[in-house]
Design a binder for this molecule. Structure first.
Ligand code: PTJ
Length: 256
């Protein structure tokens, strides 16, 4: 592991990168996961590497959905397992949600390793190895557990594929995505789109859950009812534009 001095101007981003590399070394994260992280980093740079206001709104709505759900499930892949294992376990615990490992580049060995990794971070039962149900998709993300994602009413899918996200929505589920690209197919098709780094989003959601857990069903419902996901997407794009404009002006370059 490369030592990153804490006065490095890109300290946080580089530390996150190290976690993904560690994930690959532990054979939890796929090699492709490195590329996906790179794409995420680029979008994070564009939004200013912070939780934008509209993302915080989406995170609260996501928590409201998870708290009123009958069968909430948190889908875990190789990237999120490496980046936020503790936050995934904490969120599942306080929500009362199931964790299910679901991989695009699937092998039973990797599912098993991720389950063990989550258990080492405090998880109890983790689904994903049975794979006794199938979504109507031609790749391995189709393989799910009957008692988990297949039966879920609300699914949190950080770093998801667009077609599975759409499929889950078409099945009538509430789908919450975390994806730094506001124009990805996932972001465009989710019920609630969180345009934030999964490392910030999950911590925020744990915090919001602690605050909102005491709210009544009616209060949670009203948070959901006033939510407009198209507006959240527009806000994310506006935030990118404003951030670029401000940076450009700071550097004395004329914004056209
Ligand atoms: O572990 P597996 O086999 O299930 O594979 C996981 C990856 C992520 C490799 C797989 O799902 C994949 O290829 O994903 P994509 O299609 O590259 O999509 C990843 C999306 O997540 C992209 O839109 C990225 O911008 C975004 N992203 C990457 N890193 C982060 C992120 N969003 C939030 N936080 C991040 N840290």
């Amino acid at each position: 592991m490369t030592h990153i001095p804490d006065d490095h101007p890109r300290y946080v981003s580089l530390k996150i990168r190290e976690k993904i590399v560690e994930g690959v070394q532990m054979a939890i994260t796929s090699m492709q996961g490195l590329v996906a992280q790179g794409r995420g980093e680029a979008f994070d740079y564009l939004i200013g590497e912070r939780t934008i206001e509209s993302a915080a709104v989406a995170e609260r709505v996501a928590v409201a959905y998870l708290l009123i759900a009958q069968k909430p499930v948190i889908s875990v892949n190789g990237n999120t397992a490496a980046l936020v294992p503790r936050a995934l376990v904490s969120l599942a615990d306080i929500i009362g949600a199931q964790l299910e490992v679901n991989l695009f580049h699937r092998s039973d060995a990797r599912v098993h390793r991720i389950i063990e990794h989550l258990k080492a971070h405090g998880a109890g039962n983790v689904l994903g190895l049975k794979g006794d149900a199938r979504l109507d998709l031609s790749h391995d993300r189709a393989i799910v557990d009957q008692e988990g994602i297949y039966a879920a009413d609300v699914v949190l899918v950080p770093l998801e594929d667009g077609d599975r996200c759409k499929k889950l929505v078409d099945m009538g589920k509430i789908v919450i995505s975390v994806d730094l690209n506001p124009l990805s197919r996932t972001s465009l098709s989710a019920t609630v789109t969180i345009v934030d780094n999964v490392t910030r989003a999950l911590d925020n959601m744990v915090q919001f859950t602690k605050e909102m857990k005491k709210d009544s069903k009616e209060q949670l419902r009203s948070i959901i009812d006033s939510y407009d996901n198209r507006k959240i997407l527009a806000d994310a794009m506006y935030a990118i534009q404003e951030n670029l404009k401000n940076q450009t002006e700071r550097e004395g370059i004329e914004w056209i």
